[in-house]
Design a protein around this ligand. Sequence first.
Ligand code: PBG
Length: 324
Amino acid sequence: MMFPEYRPRRLRSNENLRALIRETRLSPDQLVAPLFIMPGKKKREEISSMPGVFRLSVDQLAKEVKELKSVGVNSVILFGLPEKKDAMGTGAHAKDGIIQRGIRELKNKVPDFTVITDVCLCEYTDHGHCGCLVGETVDNDATLEILAKTALSHAAAGADMVAPSDMMDGRVAEIRAALDENNFDMIPIMSYAVKYASAFYGPFRDAADCAPQFGDRRSYQMDPANSREALREATLDVDEGADILMVKPAVAYLDIIRQLNDEFDLPIAAYHVSGEYAMIKAAAANGWIDEKRVMAETLLSIKRAGADIILTYYAKDMARLLQG
Ligand code: PBG
């Protein structure tokens, strides 16, 4: 027998062979682009900590989404910057709220495109927490009712899917019941089932102006040290009727994505969050890394870990790169 007996390099000798045995591939139709909607007209403001990402006024949305569609990305998730905030986050479920207007605009102008909405109160509360308060604590059960109202208002405006990101206990069940009672039984819930209290959300909080005005989110978002708790959170959401389970952030939690993929048979999504995006952008701006290659390798790692769907600010760039 010749030494070495097996030579893995045989199948690496040219790109055709490498492509032939490639285990994981990214596809633009499994990427979801986050969009930030702001008040006003003809607004397109770049977010300083997220180069290449813009806050758009409602009239600018269709153009952006058509561009995404042209490179094969078929889904967005919407975040809103409301005109006004209050203690109860009422702007989140206002019939003419920023998200509701955004949804209607997109549904009118770009058919055959999936509009997902983030369901949370932090962008709409003046204190910046993800629910309403009793004293300085977020009131879980009182918040559920507002979240259900919010999800319902998104569905009524035409949203194709809702994605609760607040981390209140019991919210998937509450939202499912509200949707079902109002003839929206075909609207799926993508639950941010496993969402950690992460410092990687920093740039997003600038972008959406939703940093908590006191304290932090550690009494509702998960402790980064825990993985068995992730399984418990996911189990609860499955039992409550979630259709898709999300892990967030993605890159710092690849082990959690893998565990969810092993343990559950629902589709798995992962959110490549603002801080994870901003770090690549900053290193690339300094000329320290090759941005396109690091982007592709990062998103591939999320897929390989077990995510079917990736929410990423790189959706358009990645889709373009895949087009060649
Ligand atoms: C709202 C929400 C946040 C993100 C998505 N939905 C912020 C937070 O929980 O503080 C973060 C997304 C990102 O960082 O890209 N609760």
